[in-house]
Design a protein around this ligand. Sequence first.
Ligand code: KPL
Length: 291
Amino acid sequence: MTVGVLGAGALGQLLAHQLAAADLSVTLLRRPGTTDRQISHTLHPLNGPEQRRSLTHVASDTPLPLSLVLVLTKAQDCLNALAPLLSWLPESVPVVLLHNGLGPQQAAAERWPERPWWAGSLSDGALALNPHTVRHTGQGTRRAGPLSVSVQAMAMPAPLAQLGFEYDAEVMTALWQKLTVNLLINPLTARDRVTNGTLLHRDYLATLRQLADEAAAVGQASGHADSPAAILDRALSVASATANNRSSMLQDIEAGRPTELDAITGYLLQQARRYGLPCPGHQALYQQLQG
Ligand code: KPL
């Protein structure tokens, strides 16, 4: 049986390499209409020499014997990318949503309620040097857990454990915590065009504190007991572990691609409006980065 990876950006390529390195069969699921082929991909791992391997690319509307699907598209592309795949994928196959931000996870589970949805987060740094070459720039933590109540009793799919994902029964908490990391790191690094590690400079501390305070207030209103200090510490420790990395939002801006701003800062602002909470720091970043 094969693991399908939907979304062949930096993290999609990285996980495809790591699955193949663990001797698992892996296929990159591409846009419908693309020709099936074998493509040579290169990984620059954190340590050791570069690795080359031939990876299979297959159009996502082509039925295949998949045992698991990992979704690493951009948040805003997730639902459209899933539709052709879910038109044929047996309902028993677990689908794991691993994109940044919040919103599409709930939308997918509502649109296809019969599916065994999983969700997760990874805070690795990865840089796509070109569509077939990726550099792993920072080791992150990886957590995944069942999103739908109907899969609570299901064991974690083995390939996730082989990729170093820890099982997390409270995956919404993991997603919230990852959201707070992205809220503090991505928009600031994208606005100022700096690496993640630049945020460790004291010039950024006051801004990061304000962003953490605002995020904590929204989190507490929506049921996530996360303190401003915990949010700040978490973001600083990821910025330090991925210091040389350019955040995915910065990479998107530099490549002229749409960013995940709406699923990250946009999601927080939407929740803030719901609870009547002001978020001037996040609002300003949203406006500076929009368009
Ligand atoms: O998730 C990331 C991203 O860039 O989107 C971090 C963890 C901040 C790594 O750069």
